[in-house]
Design a protein around this ligand. Structure first.
Ligand code: PXG
Length: 443
């Protein structure tokens, strides 16, 4: 039971089955959030908590950003819903046009979804259907990467490589294979920024091409910077090499930019940051600053154009969602884009990154710290697991930071930081300082 501060009544915690949560642990000691603004959450009791993870990699402009709040409020009153199939509304088109302005050259078509998971399913289906529309219908295989996270739907967990997210759910999608992951602590531990070693891991795609033949492979999907697995960066030259191998074999390259999109790395997208342009990009989260659920797939012109054949009165791509281009989401996204551009947030990460990098790497030598990784406004601090209890060491740090008023995220035994892009140096000091104190005391 918890006390509702508004009504003072008791609400049972029983009915809500929480996602990706240790439900029993939570319900014994609930961590409730009631309000949010800027860099902070407040608990129902009024305790202030510094947000070190932008909600969940999404609140890039900080919480309750005024333009976004106003846009949602006005849109709810003006038009709550409009059917997206065979009908349109102006903000959906305006948003697509505005997005194309910040996308890498050549990527200029926008297909709306409602989450990162839906973006991934959409991109995978688009890739297979594209090859078929070209008359190359044998290209149906999808290649993911070990340790990859692409949401939780069947396509996403099939190409994904996080064992816990896959093992409970049967045989998954047929015709999927995986290249190896790029984590190589033996050579790259404590590297500042992208690691020096491992571009050759991209050649693992050639192994799968040799095994399956390129003529059966539709697409490869990777996170340019992997988040959920615990912040794993692409080695220098790796993404370029992956791009070259895809080009050589007519395989589409999909970047899953659900966490890297909208300024996280200090550039609008990972594609712009690394100068490698994929054929399809998936986004969500920062698209609306997390304020309304929304995702999107960005496609190169020629992929879109390949579908635009057949009788003009017929649907070209049999795919879409009731809530695709939802008016509230479009309004929120336009408000978010305005805010990002006006405040320089799409590149602010680049200015703040060196300070975060120094702060994070100063943790080297503290108890249990076995690796530190960083890029833009992303940080990963990997801890040695407690024998026989993987994940527990980091989860305990998470709980202690929460008690001290700092929200961090842990995955396995890695602490992942992804603060709002409005973060100031003093916030970085507080987040990293709190983690340091907790680590010292836990020793
Ligand atoms: N792709 C990537 C790369 C993601 O990071 C998704 C797809 C799925 O998005 P939706 O909107 O369906 O959740 C994600 C989601 C974490 C964490 O702790 C990250 C995500 C979700 C939950 C936790 O790093 N990313």
């Amino acid at each position: 039971m918890t006390t509702n501060p508004k009504t003072d009544s008791k609400t049972s915690l029983d009915a809500y089955w929480m996602p990706f949560t240790a439900n029993r642990q939570f319900k014994q000691a609930p961590r409730m959030l009631a309000r949010a603004e800027g860099m902070y959450f407040w608990t129902p009791e009024g305790r202030k908590v510094l947000d070190g993870i932008a909600g969940l990699w999404c609140v890039n402009a900080g919480h309750a950003s005024p333009k976004i709040v106003q846009a949602i409020q006005a849109q709810a009153a003006e038009m709550d819903f409009a059917p997206p199939f065979n009908m349109g509304h102006p903000k959906a088109f305006e948003l697509a046009e505005r997005l194309v302005e910040i996308l890498p050259a050549g990527v200029n078509k926008v297909f709306y979804t409602n989450s990162g998971s839906e973006s991934v399913e959409t991109a995978l289906k688009m890739a297979i259907a594209y090859h078929r529309a070209r008359g190359d219908g044998a290209r149906t295989r999808l290649i993911g990467r070990e340790r990859g996270y692409h949401g939780v739907n069947f396509g996403g967990i099939s190409v994904g490589g996080i064992v816990a997210n896959r093992k409970m759910f049967g045989t998954l999608l047929a015709g999927v294979d995986h290249i190896r992951h790029t984590h190589d602590p033996a050579r790259n531990a404590f590297t500042r920024g992208v690691p020096e070693y491992g571009a050759e891991f991209a050649d693992d795609l050639e192994r799968l091409v040799a095994l399956h033949d390129a003529s059966t492979i539709a697409a490869v999907i990777v996170e340019p910077v992997a988040g959920s697995t615990g912040v794993v960066l692409p080695p220098k030259g790796y993404l370029e090499r992956l791009r070259a191998i895809c080009d050589r074999h007519g395989i589409l390259l999909i970047f899953d930019e659900v966490i890297t999109g909208f300024g996280r790395l200090g550039s609008p997208f990972a594609a712009t940051h690394f100068g490698v342009t994929p054929d399809l990009m998936t986004v969500a989260k920062g698209l609306t600053n997390g304020a309304v659920p929304m995702g999107a797939v960005f496609a190169k012109q020629h992929i879109h154009d390949t579908f635009m054949n057949g009788p003009e009165h017929l649907i070209e791509f049999f795919h879409g969602y009731t809530y695709s281009a939802h008016p509230l989401a479009c309004a929120a996204a336009l408000g978010a884009l305005d805010t990002y551009v006006e405040s320089g947030l799409l590149t602010r990460g680049a200015q703040m990154a060196p300070y975060l990098e120094d702060a994070l790497h100063a943790l080297k030598g503290l108890p249990h710290v076995i690796d530190i990784r960083n890029i833009g406004l992303v940080g990963g601090i990997e801890l040695a697991p407690i024998d026989g209890q993987p994940g527990k060491r980091a989860f305990d740090v998470f709980l202690k930071c929460w008690e001290r008023g700092v929200l961090i995220r842990t995955t396995g035994d890695t602490i992942a930081l992804s603060p709002p892009l409005i973060i100031e140096k003093s916030h970085i000091d507080e987040i990293v300082g709190t983690i340091a104190d907790v680590l010292r005391q836990a020793a």
